[in-house]
Write a protein of this length. Structure first.
Length: 64
């Protein structure tokens, strides 16, 4: 049986002693918290306005 070290130098070697660095988990905010009973919300970002809308199918659309 071949191990990872038996492959050519074109393959990455696994370092099992080094723990993987996890990406920080972004916070989750339910859309109901942002929208409440509304169907549209205006978000300002870097001086621009964006609209977060709920479609007739219950999906979200963000437009500039």
């Amino acid at each position: 049986m071949r191990t990872i070290d038996d492959y050519s130098d074109n393959y990455y070697r696994l370092d099992m002693n080094k723990p993987a660095q996890a990406e920080p988990i972004p916070p989750k905010v339910p859309s109901q918290i942002l929208l409440a009973a509304r169907k549209e919300l205006v978000i300002t970002h870097n001086g621009r306005e964006y609209r977060l809308r709920v479609t007739q199918n219950g999906k979200l659309i963000l437009t500039a």
